[in-house]
Design a protein around this ligand. Structure first.
Ligand SMILES: CCCCCCCCCC(=O)SCCNC(=O)CCNC(=O)[C@H](O)C(C)(C)COP(=O)(O)OP(=O)(O)OC[C@H]1O[C@@H](n2cnc3c(N)ncnc32)[C@H](O)[C@@H]1OP(=O)(O)O
Length: 195
């Protein structure tokens, strides 16, 4: 098996273990200027039935697969992950810093897509077997200012065999929509359970 083939099966158990081990803590290393905003928003998300899963930005040791995640390890993106058990929806409460710029003063569209993909993928991975994004359609509604807090929400819409349709939204904490996406995931044949 090539290293590319091995990747999904190695990463997924690490991911689940990381989420298990890192429950219920807001990262203590969050810079002061936005930790207050996080503290203000978090209770509202908890009221909606979400609970904090992880402080993945601070992973160490054998969780290196997580610490290399493009979005979660980005030095200018800080994420607290929450999940709602009722429907498996996932929220990334995120601060986007200065070095994710596309248009001057605003977030790069690719970074917006990456955050959406990662959040929606987490919702998919935590609700079912490993699957990979094979299609993603992003509607960019408003430019996302740099150095700001955003809420990203991911949810599974429908699973049919190896295919899962899922959706995501990125919005300002006041509810104004920045972007929304529809994604198709496919469970690779290679990691299907053997009967
Ligand atoms: C650390 C954890 C962090 C959590 C967050 C991580 C976020 C990362 C999310 C990603 O970015 S994933 C990386 C980007 N995605 C990829 O690299 C996937 C590349 N694609 C593949 O490797 C293969 O397409 C894949 C292994 C997913 C599927 O190949 P298979 O050979 O197993 O499936 P196959 O080609 O037989 O397709 C199965 C079904 O899906 C359909 N399908 C596949 N690709 C499609 C596509 N692109 N569009 C529409 N349908 C597609 C295909 O037509 C077929 O439909 P039917 O069963 O109805 O015939």
């Amino acid at each position: 098996m090539s290293s590319v083939d091995a990747h999904p099966t190695i990463v997924y158990p690490h991911y689940v273990r990381a989420l298990d081990e890192e429950k219920a803590q807001l990262p203590s290393s969050f810079p002061r200027e936005y930790s207050e905003e996080f503290q203000h928003i978090l209770p509202k998300l908890l009221q909606r039935g979400f609970h904090i899963l992880t402080k993945l930005n601070n992973q160490k040791g054998n969780l290196s697969n997580i610490s290399k995640n493009f979005v979660l390890s980005h030095p200018h993106i800080h994420v607290v992950i929450l999940r709602r058990a009722l429907d498996g929806a996932v929220i990334y409460l995120a601060y986007v810093g200065s070095h994710v710029q596309g248009p001057s003063g605003f977030m790069h569209g690719g970074a917006t897509a990456a955050l959406l993909d990662d959040c929606v993928s987490s919702a998919v991975l935590l609700s079912g077997p490993f699957a990979m994004t094979v299609q993603m359609n992003v509607q960019y509604r408003k430019p996302v200012p740099l150095n700001s807090v955003v809420i990203v929400e991911g949810y599974v819409e429908q699973t049919n065999g190896r295919k899962t349709v899922a959706g995501g939204k990125m919005y300002h904490p006041d509810g104004a929509l920045y972007a929304e996406a529809t994604l198709l995931f496919v469970r690779p044949r290679l990691v299907e359970p053997k009967m």
